[in-house]
Write a protein that binds this ligand. Structure first.
Ligand code: HEM
Length: 408
């Protein structure tokens, strides 16, 4: 997940004819992987005509993401793109450089420790089975609509302690805000984005006030309480909650969707999982490597930096191709093969360095529970209709995956 800010900048370059940025847009959106290979063939760091640097290799991507000379704002601290600010969407940690990022991350991190999240396993299993019960009764269902979307939406709403806000409504806000990561292309889209951002702001401002007055056991109560006497301001809390909500399901939906599609398109892999459901964790990692929900992120050089023998000037914009890094032949054997028993699954799907995904343990847990449940409960799972893809580039996933539950 990258901010609308920097993704919009890449889109703006595409609009002005930048060849590299244009490659990342339709018609390559459904299968961008051949394009990544074309970029890779040009070297570890490719500069396009309008000055966008693109990085396809795992080692260089990782080095840039860990390098403190790169940030997410321009060197004078401005947000990467004024369009995002105009839309009123503030994505908290994702839009901050140190020291602001360091302070906020320290306060937010305890709520997402793997040990803390492990407590939710049973509850996540319960929600998954409830959703599958309802779907199975119908015989055929849409995996995205009936499982991959409602599971993470319900989990994150409950973790945040959101009152009974409809899952459909939250999914709508997520789709509006997630879609805008590719850039804002019309006044109508800007308007919808502003409305969603404003609705979420109102919802969280009320929730935060309530938790101040009457704390519970949810994440928002933990965040309101602060750490070692240090507290977040109301504005910081609202932005962080918005990020957690949107990041909490917009991406996980696609991990479950992309992984299930990969399994159904590779029946020998599906058979392996059916025979040994403990491979569910491996399915999660292989999906993150092979077809990750977040394809790229952007960094800005805060000073002149030498990378892979090239010198990047101050404020250079770098497109870090997380998805290409997972298919780097220098680090993975037969990278184009989806293989849940491979050993070399290292990936950058959750980024690296200081912005490494805070919700990674939660996303992994939800997807593992979902893949395990599908394999144990629905061994005859198969595609039963046309798959549709989301019309976005940065967020990569499906909008529909019709499935049947019985081969007979
Ligand atoms: C950051 C991916 C699920 C919360 C990130 C970043 C990526 C990412 C690539 C870093 C972007 C960058 O470096 O510019 C994913 C994927 C997910 C997922 C692929 C699911 C498969 C979640 C969940 C949550 C979450 C479930 C929370 C409930 C966050 C937060 C950040 C973040 C708060 C910002 C961290 C920071 O800037 O310090 N995620 N994410 N993510 N993610 Fe996730």
């Amino acid at each position: 997940l990258r901010t609308a800010a920097t993704a919009t900048t890449a889109w703006t370059l595409a609009r002005f004819g930048d060849p590299v940025a244009r490659l990342l847009r339709a018609p390559w959106r459904d299968n961008p992987y051949p394009i990544y290979e074309r970029i890779r063939a040009q070297g570890p760091l490719v500069r396009s005509k309008l000055g966008l640097w693109t990085v396809p290799g795992r080692e260089t991507c990782d080095a840039i993401l860990r390098d403190h000379r790169f940030g997410v704002r321009t060197s004078d601290g401005r947000q990467g793109d004024p369009q995002a600010a105009a839309a009123g969407l503030q994505l908290s940690l994702l839009e901050l450089d140190p020291p602001d990022h360091t302070r906020l991350r320290r306060l937010a991190a305890p709520a997402f420790r793997p040990r803390k999240l492990a407590q939710y396993r049973e509850h996540i299993e319960k929600i998954t089975h409830e959703l599958l019960d309802a779907a199975v009764e119908r015989g055929s269902f849409d995996l995205i609509h009936d499982l991959a979307t409602p599971l993470p939406v319900r989990v994150i709403s409950e973790l945040l302690g959101l009152p009974a806000v409809g899952a459909e409504q939250l999914a709508h806000h997520g789709a509006v805000l997630g879609g805008s990561l590719d850039g804002i292309r019309s006044a109508r889209q800007l308007h919808r984005m502003r409305r969603s951002a404003a609705d979420l702001e109102t919802m969280f401002a009320e929730l935060i006030e309530q938790r101040r007055a009457d704390p519970g056991t949810d994440i928002v109560s933990d965040l309101v309480a602060g750490l070692d006497g240090e507290r977040l301001s109301s504005g910081e809390l609202v932005q962080l909650c918005t990020l957690l909500l949107v990041a909490g399901f917009e991406t996980t939906v696609n991990l479950i969707g992309n992984g299930t599609l990969a399994l159904l398109e590779h029946p020998e892999q599906w058979d392996r999982l059916r025979e040994n459901p403990d491979l569910a964790e491996a399915v999660v990692e292989e999906t993150l490597r092979w077809d990750p929900p977040v394809q790229a992120t952007v960094r800005i050089a805060h000073e002149p930096v030498e990378v892979a023998g090239r010198t990047l000037s101050r404020d250079s914009l770098v497109l870090v191709l997380l998805a290409a890094a997972g298919r780097d032949p220098a680090t993975h054997s037969a990278p184009e093969h989806f293989d849940i028993t491979r050993g070399d699954t290292e990936h950058l799907a959750f980024s690296s360095g200081i912005h490494y995904c805070l919700g990674a343990p939660l996303a992994r847990l939800e997807a593992e529970v979902a893949f395990r449940a599908l394999a144990t409960r629905l061994p005859g799972l198969h595609r039963a209709g046309t798959v549709s893809r989301r019309p976005t580039t940065i967020i990569h996933g499906l909008s529909a995956l019709p499935v049947g539950t019985d081969k007979g």
